[in-house]
Design a protein around this ligand. Structure first.
Ligand SMILES: [Zn+2]
Length: 111
């Protein structure tokens, strides 16, 4: 791991927490302006959440939240400011990052 990715990982783990930004509609915004998580919510239903990959690779990650879709993720304590997602996010393409998001912090699965 190079020094840049070490710093990015440490910042995501221990730095300022990512917040949840709620957008009405069935898809998250196409342009993610910050490191926060963007929730698409319509008719009180959570559709999807999108955020930029915390490793710094620049890829966009979009996760389905509807329980009838597969795979899907669960947003825990959505009314709170700092989001938790379950299960972990494991990218099969690109950077192959594997991490959890817990209360706005990124917990890396690999060192
Ligand atoms: Zn990445």
């Amino acid at each position: 791991m190079n020094i840049r990715s070490f710093i990015i990982r440490a910042w995501n783990r221990y730095g300022i927490r990512r917040q949840l930004i709620i957008n009405s509609g069935d898809t998250p915004p196409s342009n993610l302006k910050s490191r926060n998580l963007y929730l698409a919510q319509e008719d009180e239903e959570n559709w999807a959440v999108a955020f930029n990959c915390p490793c710094g690779c620049g890829d966009r990650i979009e996760l389905q939240l509807l329980p009838e879709l597969s795979p899907n993720w669960q947003l825990i304590n959505e009314r709170k400011k700092y989001p938790t997602l379950h299960p972990s996010i494991w990218r099969k393409n690109g950077c192959k990052s594997h991490f959890w998001i817990k209360r706005g912090h990124v917990h890396w699965c690999k060192p």
